[in-house]
Ligand binder design. Structure first.
Ligand code: ZN
Length: 102
């Protein structure tokens, strides 16, 4: 049993995803086509069902997120290693100082 969904329900989903429902559609059932505009300006339409189930998100933002992850990996993995090595060296250095009573 599920609560009856309303247009307001989808408006709140959209708001939580930084989207906005556009056009003058009426929610009739879960297969109603809804139109959405993302905060990035991209607009698309899909069924209320797929939007609710998060199967349809903003393709533009998805692409950006993927490229961000990819470039992030390229930058952050060697960076993280470098920082880890630096950290270990500092620890060794600190131990050395302790050993020598400095
Ligand atoms: Zn977007």
């Amino acid at each position: 049993m599920s609560a009856r969904l309303t247009k307001a329900h989808f408006e709140s989903i959209a708001q939580s995803r930084n989207h906005k429902l556009i056009g003058s559609w009426q929610y009739e059932n879960i297969d109603s086509i809804i139109s959405i505009r993302c905060h990035c300006g991209h607009e698309w339409s899909c069924t209320a069902r797929s939007y609710k189930n998060a199967k349809t998100g903003c393709q533009e933002c998805k692409n950006k997120a993927i490229s961000k992850v990819q470039t992030g990996k390229n930058v952050s993995v060697p960076m993280a290693k470098k920082l880890a090595i630096e950290f270990l060296n500092k620890q060794r250095f600190a131990k050395l100082l302790v050993k020598r009573g400095l």
